[in-house]
Write a protein that binds this ligand. Structure first.
Ligand code: SAM
Length: 298
């Protein structure tokens, strides 16, 4: 039985249908599964945390390769199938939880996991890709790498170098914590049901040291997020509204920079940040919020 037949068989046997609200698009392409496993470089020392195992397509392969697989699945219907399928595996732990609510520190302690053995692998539910990645990075889940299938457009944003045209707030965060790698583009025909968007597998290798030394990490990302969120307001208003500093203080900081004066006449909107990352970093540095070298442009 190939993967497509197996998936259809499981769907029929358990009388389920894919739940769109939970981003259920089941992988049916053997080659893509192989490529994900290969990209994640799973060894028998590795503890894999799989997010959204669904019917268990990736899980099945991961269980063959890894020391342990901890799978986090929200949908009770999937939980029943996974319990049946992998009942006899003694390296399988199944958690019926919302990944966005998981306390990873506690999980790692409870499972007695050595920190440098964790790898995260997933065909992510696309509706919450960004919050999942942000949670993993901001909470500094001590993983070596994150190998995920995501929407292609989001993959472009996550793997961009800050300043490139695909840059979004999350680009800075991913770039700061990870070195990213694109693995493969996956057509919608590799899933049941077919998603309406193209997909891409990427690997984020967690950096040992960040590319810049931030004096105040939290504040830095607060600024980046505020700058990208307040789409129609000026940068000054955007930053002031996020409560980073008073409007006067921000004006003072911006006015002290030539770059700001240059943009002032045509209103320095937040989009300028996307256009020129180096100048943004320079502005932040001069504002004493971070002490760093600029992000490299590769
Ligand atoms: N891994 C399977 C595969 O490749 O065929 C299924 C992937 S499907 C794209 C996403 C999976 O994430 C579904 O099984 C869905 O139920 C699960 N999911 C959705 N939201 C979740 C959440 N908040 N926490 C944990 N799992 C979730």
């Amino acid at each position: 039985m190939d993967l497509e037949e197996e998936t259809k068989f499981l769907i029929k046997k358990y009388n389920i249908s894919a739940n769109k609200n939970l981003g259920q698009n089941f992988l049916i392409d053997e080659q893509v599964v192989e490529n994900i496993i290969e990209a994640a470089k799973i060894s028998e020392e590795d503890i894999v945390i799989e997010i959204g195992p669904g019917l268990g397509t990736l899980t099945n392969k991961l269980l063959e390769k890894a020391k342990k697989v901890i799978a986090v699945e929200l949908d009770n219907k999937m939980i029943n199938i996974l319990k049946d399928r992998f009942l006899l595996y003694n390296n399988f732990i199944l958690l019926n939880e919302d990944v966005l609510k998981i306390d990873f520190d506690k999980l790692i302690k409870d499972q007695n996991i050595e920190k440098d053995t964790i790898k995260i692998v997933a065909n992510l539910p696309y509706y919450i890709t960004t919050p999942i990645i942000m949670k993993l990075l901001e909470e500094k889940v001590p993983a070596k790498s994150i190998t995920v299938m995501i929407q292609k457009e989001v993959a472009d944003r996550l793997t961009a170098i800050p300043g490139e045209k695909e840059t979004g707030a999350i680009t800075y965060c991913v770039y700061y914590y990870c070195e990213s790698e694109k693995v493969m583009i996956v057509p919608s025909t590799s899933f049941i049901p077919e998603p309406q968007v193209s997909s891409e597998v990427i690997t984020l290798n967690i950096r040992k040291n960040p590319p810049v030394n931030l004096k105040d990490e939290k504040k830095f990302f607060q600024i980046i997020k505020a700058s990208f969120m307040q789409r129609r307001k000026t940068l000054i208003n955007g930053l002031a509204n996020s409560g980073i500093a008073s409007k006067e203080k921000i004006k003072e900081l911006l006015n002290s920079l030539r770059i700001i004066r240059k943009h002032k006449r045509r209103k320095f909107k937040h989009r300028a940040i996307c256009r020129n990352c180096k100048q943004t970093i320079k502005y932040l540095t001069r504002g004493q919020l971070i002490k760093s070298q600029p992000f490299s442009d590769k």
